[in-house]
Design a protein around this ligand. Structure first.
Ligand code: PLP
Length: 362
C-alpha cells in the first residue's frame, strides 16, 4: 500500500537526504527566482559561478582540505580516474604500486596496465581471504610514483580505518564509498578521488583532491585528462555537470547543518554497529568482512545458503527494505547505509532479520 515506509539500501546511486530532494523539487522550475530551471543555467553565468564556488568551499571545509591541495569537480566517474591518475602522477619513476583489496582495486589495476609505458606492481593482496581481510603489512621495495589503495571496498565491505605504513611514499586513495562518511586525513594523501552517487548526490560528478606540488606544470596531456589544465580553468574547461554540482552543493550545506563529517562518522558507526551486532549474534546470518576491517557504509552478509538468501531478499523487499541483494560478484546480501540513510532503516532491517531467523532456525 501507499503507507509502506521504504528504506533504500542501494550501494549507489543511493539515498539522498529527503530535505535536499524536497528543496530540489522546489527550485527545479525557478532557481533563485531567476525564472530559469537550475538545469538551464549556463556554466558561464554568475549564478553558476556562485553555486560552484560555494560548493567547492563547503567541500573544502567538510573534508578539512589543507592548503596546497586543489579540488576538481569532474565527470567520467571514479572509473575515469583509474586512467587519469596514472597519466598525471606516474611520470617520474613511471612505477605504480597497488594494493589489491577486491573488485574496484582490480579494475584500477587493469586500467593502469593498459598504459603500457607504466610499470604496475601489485605489492599486497587480500586474495587469500577472498577479500574479506585487508592487507596491512606492506613492504615496498622501491620508490614508486605512488601507492594506490581502495580505502572503502564497496562490494567486499571492508575499509582501511588506518592507513598501512607505506614508508612515506605518496598515497592515492579511492574513497568513492565513504567520502564525507569517515574523517579521512587528507594530509596523508597525495590524491583522493570519489564519485558522487554514493555518499553525496546524483551520478555525473567526480571529486578529485590533489596535492598541487605533485603535478608537473609542463605536462601536456589531452585536455580533459590533464589536472594542470583542469585546475587552471577551475573545473570549467568544458561544460561541467551543472545539475549534479548543484545537488552536491545542497548536500554539503545539509552536512554542515548536521554537524559535519565527525557527526556522520559517529552516526555511521552507530548504524552499522546495530547491524553487525545482530549479525554477530545470529545463528542464521553472518557478516562476511573481517571484524577489524569492517566498512562503516557497506555491510555484506549472508546465510551461506543461496536459496535462503534469495528468500530473505524477497521478504525484505515486500516489507519496504529495498535493494538488499548483494553485488553480482559477491552474492548474498549487502546493506549500504550512507550518510543520508536513517537509523530507523537499520532498526527495521534488524527486526526483519530477527523475524526471518525465528522462522528459519537452523
Ligand atoms: N571505486 C569504488 C570503490 C566504487 O564503489 C565504484 C562504484 O561503484 C567505483 C570506483 C566506480 O565508480 P563510477 O561508477 O562512478 O565510475
Amino acid at each position: 500500500g501507499n503507507d509502506l515506509v521504504v528504506y533504500n539500501f542501494s550501494a549507489g546511486p543511493a539515498m539522498m537526504p529527503p530535505e535536499v530532494v524536497a528543496q530540489i523539487q522546489k527550485e527545479l522550475v525557478s532557481y533563485k527566482n531567476s525564472e530559469m530551471s537550475v538545469m538551464e543555467i549556463s556554466h558561464r553565468s554568475e549564478l553558476y559561478a556562485e553555486m560552484f564556488q560555494e560548493a567547492k568551499n563547503d567541500f573544502r571545509d567538510l573534508l578539512a582540505i589543507p592548503a596546497g591541495y586543489k579540488i576538481l569537480f569532474l565527470q567520467g566517474g571514479a572509473s575515469l580516474q583509474f586512467t587519469t591518475v596514472p597519466l598525471n602522477l606516474a611520470r617520474k619513476t613511471k612505477q605504480i604500486a597497488f594494493i589489491d583489496t577486491g573488485h574496484w582495486s582490480q579494475t584500477a589495476i587493469d586500467d593502469a596496465h593498459l598504459l603500457t609505458d607504466r610499470k604496475v606492481d601489485v605489492v599486497a593482496t587480500g586474495k587469500k581471504s577472498n577479500y574479506t581481510t585487508l592487507p596491512h603489512d606492506i613492504k615496498l621495495e622501491k620508490e614508486y610514483d605512488y601507492v594506490h589503495l581502495t580505502i572503502n571496498n564497496t562490494i567486499e565491505g571492508t575499509m582501511y580505518r588506518k592507513l598501512p605504513d607505506l614508508g612515506g611514499q605518496t598515497v592515492v586513495g579511492d574513497i568513492s564509498s565513504n567520502i564525507l562518511g569517515y574523517q579521512h586525513d587528507v594530509s596523508k594523501y597525495g590524491l583522493l578521488y570519489a564519485s558522487a552517487q554514493k555518499n553525496i548526490g546524483p551520478a555525473g560528478l567526480t571529486l578529485v583532491v590533489v596535492k598541487e606540488d605533485l603535478l608537473d606544470q609542463d605536462q601536456d596531456l589531452p585536455s580533459m585528462l590533464d589536472y594542470v589544465k583542469l585546475i587552471k580553468e577551475d573545473s570549467n574547461l568544458n561544460t561541467p555537470p551543472v545539475f549534479p554540482i548543484y545537488a552536491a552543493g545542497l548536500v554539503f550545506k545539509w552536512l554542515k547543518q548536521q554537524g559535519g563529517v565527525k557527526q556522520m562518522q559517529a552516526q555511521n558507526e552507530e548504524k552499522t554497529g546495530i547491524l553487525y551486532d545482530m549479525l554477530d549474534n545470529s545463528k542464521l546470518f553472518y557478516a562476511t568482512a573481517n571484524q577489524a576491517d569492517r566498512s562503516l557504509t557497506n555491510v555484506p552478509f549472508t546465510t551461506g545458503d543461496k536459496t535462503l538468501d534469495a528468500k530473505f531478499i524477497a521478504q525484505a523487499d515486500e516489507m519496504g527494505l529495498k535493494n538488499l541483494k548483494g553485488h553480482v560478484l559477491a552474492g548474498g546480501m549487502r546493506a549500504s547505509m550512507y550518510n543520508a540513510f536513517p537509523l530507523e532503516g537499520v532498526k527495521a532491517l534488524v527486526q526483519c532479520l530477527q523475524k526471518f531467523e525465528s522462522a528459519h532456525k537452523p
